[in-house]
Design a protein around this ligand. Structure first.
Ligand code: DC
Length: 224
């Protein structure tokens, strides 16, 4: 731990509630919330605008010149070259293209480096699939969030309905199953599974507030 607070790394399966938990825990602790999925999404958006494909030789130089920022303070969000792209990165086009950029080793190398720079001083809740294995292997607290497939499907389905999207529960369930498979096959640059010192939090049957409380209790035990 540093003077500015702990480094908390949250990873886990799709739909376990990582973002909600990370945002809530960061707000309660007065830490930064580092949404690394948003960084991969911002790269996909910028590349689409710049006409750069994943795997293209020009991608490395393009990424080095990219200004990606998380302005601190209320709302925060993610800015690309000074423009707030927090909403644009959630578009269906970006959701479709981001996987290919997340699979690109050049993108991973550049983003992992930036994530470490942001987390270097502590006081951060970093969320994403490779947080405790690759990006912050020495994090003060590593949380691996899991939940039943059925519960994750129900939650996602409710979110879709609330957003006015007509979709069946079985389709949502099949989609999560497929993404679980893809995620398990993805190479994040580490051998093996979760680190031994990660604390597993099963969010099945817990409310978002209860999940945040669990994380806060674990963080306080470590001196937050
Ligand atoms: O969590 P999300 O849907 O916003 O993530 C967007 C994409 O980025 C998704 O394909 C997973 C990938 N990702 C990743 O490979 N590594 C991370 N640390 C975070 C997200």
């Amino acid at each position: 731990m540093t003077g500015k607070g702990l480094t908390i790394a949250i990873d886990g399966v799709i739909g376990a509630g990582k973002s909600t938990a990370a945002r809530g825990a960061a707000a309660a602790l007065g830490y930064r919330h580092l949404d690394t999925g948003a960084m991969y999404r911002a790269v996909a958006l910028a590349a689409a605008r710049g006409g750069v494909e994943p795997g293209a030789p020009a991608l490395g130089a393009f990424l080095e010149g990219l200004s990606l920022e998380f302005p601190a303070g209320r709302g925060g969000g993610i800015h690309l070259g000074g423009e707030d792209v927090s909403e644009a990165i959630r578009s269906p086009e970006v959701s479709r293209s981001v996987g290919a950029f997340a699979d690109d080793p050049v993108v991973r190398r550049v983003l992992v480096r930036r994530q470490r720079e942001i987390g270097r001083c502590g006081g951060v809740v970093a969320e994403g699939r490779d947080m405790s294995t690759v990006v912050f292997p020495h994090a003060d607290l590593k949380v691996r969030m899991v939940a039943d497939l059925e519960e994750r499907a129900r939650r996602r389905h409710r979110e879709f309905l609330a957003a006015g999207v007509e979709i069946s529960l079985s389709r949502v369930r099949a989609d999560i199953r497929r993404r679980d498979r893809e995620d398990a096959e993805r190479d994040y640059g580490v051998e093996g599974g979760a680190p031994e010192d990660a604390v597993e939090v099963d969010t099945s049957g817990l409310t978002a507030d209860q999940v945040v409380d669990r994380i806060l209790a674990l963080a306080r035990k470590r001196g937050a």
